[in-house]
Design a protein around this ligand. Structure first.
Ligand SMILES: [Zn+2]
Length: 445
């Protein structure tokens, strides 16, 4: 089935510029970008007057839970939530069951995605205490990176052996992406909280247990170790103002050490724990308003390179449990772009910078072939945003398998008008049409 489209009168936001443009899609690719383009026979027309046209988002940090935790989420359900929200490609984490610690298990995940994903996909390899040989043998053109957990979180993939850690930083042929929190600090804080509150720890203690000190100590160690070995290090989900001193502003192409922050750290603060309870419990924890503001500034000034979601669904029933039994993680992907655009409308970020951090930067960081930019010849992964039609999130429209969202009943000032994946119109006005299978991401490096 061929999808030939002519999108007219869009406000194209790409590579630091905004301009009015028409765009032709043919054979899954962006065929032509220009002004006054005339439709060819057989082309479908989409008048994008008043709409922003952006590259589809590339989310370099998701937990789609498959295999192993498919009661919470699976690749089919979460990739649908992704494209409804304008995310056309994702890179999924290895803390599944079984964890992605061998090449065969990695290819199993690719096979599941080939059958079920409607977004484009890639999977990180996991590091353990004893799989360094498998990491050394990873093909950089086929695998985006290796994920290292420096602490316990969902799935218990913590790399505790210092020699194994050094080995990964020294020898990985692909980007090392890392979850930084210091376990010893967290355990000491948790013990203190248990002594004080027993089994009834208030949720607002979460950022004091998974504290800023735990984040800083671990991130500093990772950055120093990466400097020593010349590692390509990507620090995931930076959550504190303190850690920002460890990173530098500048174009991502010139950096070996990069930082990511996530949608929820820019939206929620520790003042929200009393109202949201376990629904916004995640690791690292959402911290203070001053952290949120510093993270927004750092994202704006390129000290933080990438904006991702850390989309991590759990069941509603699980999220209602008391603190110590409430799992960490939030489903975010379907509303990630709309939530972020609120900061654009508030003046904290430019639209061009959002496109850079959520589309261009992941493409550059991992060398993703033919995606992340609106360029002739590139895959036609595109999102059209309607900046003038507000959208109130309804529980019934949540596509994540867990069936809930922290944004329920929130009104965003923008809505997602359409998402194209590989040139195919896959979602319109938040509704899925008849999406095609996604494609495996490829890496030029
Ligand atoms: Zn994560």
């Amino acid at each position: 089935m061929t999808d030939a489209w002519l999108i007219t009168n869009a406000e194209l936001v790409n590579e630091g510029r905004r301009r009015h443009a028409d765009l032709r899609i043919r054979d899954g690719r962006i065929d032509e970008i220009g002004n006054g383009l005339r439709p060819f026979t057989g082309e479908q027309l989409l008048d994008a007057s008043g709409l922003w046209l952006l590259p589809g988002l590339i989310d370099d940090h998701v937990h789609f839970r498959e295999p192993g935790y498919t009661a919470k989420a699976d690749i089919a359900s979460e990739s649908r939530a992704a494209i409804a929200g304008g995310v056309t490609s994702f890179i999924d984490m290895p803390n599944t069951d079984p964890p992605t610690l061998t090449h065969a298990l990695l290819e199993d995940k690719y096979a599941i995605a080939a059958r079920s994903s409607v977004a484009n996909y890639a999977f990180y390899f996991g590091a353990s205490n004893d799989n360094l040989d498998a990491i050394r043998a990873l093909d950089p053109r086929r695998v985006p990176g290796v994920k290292v957990f420096l602490c316990e979180s969902t799935g218990n993939l913590c790399v505790s052996d210092p020699q194994a850690l050094e080995g990964v930083f020294r020898d990985s042929p692909v980007n090392v992406v890392v979850h930084c929190e210091d376990d010893a600090i967290i355990h000491a804080n948790l013990d203190r909280a248990k002594a004080q509150y027993g089994d009834d720890i208030p949720m607002r203690m979460h950022p004091r247990i998974r504290s800023r000190e735990a984040c800083f100590a671990s991130t500093r160690w990772a950055v120093e170790t990466a400097r020593r070995h010349g590692t390509r290090l990507h620090v995931l989900h930076v959550s504190t103002a303190d850690e920002l001193a460890l990173f530098e502003p500048g174009p991502i192409g010139g950096k070996k050490i990069t930082a990511e922050t996530c949608v929820h750290f820019l939206r929620f603060t520790d003042a929200d724990y009393d109202g949201y309870g376990g629904r916004i419990k995640c690791n690292p924890a959402i911290k203070a308003a001053s952290d949120r503001d510093a993270l927004l500034r750092a994202l704006a000034d390129t000290r933080i390179d990438v904006l991702a979601t850390d989309h991590a669904p759990h069941l509603q029933e699980e999220k209602q449990r008391p603190y110590t039994r409430c799992p960490s993680g939030i489903p975010l992907i379907q509303y990630a772009l709309q939530s972020t655009l609120e900061h654009v409308l508030d003046g904290a970020l430019t639209l061009e910078r959002v496109v850079e951090a959520a589309c261009h930067a992941p493409a550059i960081l991992f060398g993703i072939r033919g995606r992340g930019f609106v360029r002739e010849g590139f895959h036609a992964d595109l999102v059209l945003v309607d900046p003038d039609t507000p959208h109130t999130v309804r529980k019934e429209e949540v596509l994540s398998k867990c069936g809930w969202s922290p944004f329920e009943d929130d009104t965003f000032r923008t809505s997602i008008a359409a998402t194209f994946v590989n040139g195919h119109l896959a979602a319109r006005r938040g509704r899925l049409l008849d999406p095609n299978p996604g494609m495996r991401l490829e890496f030029d490096r």
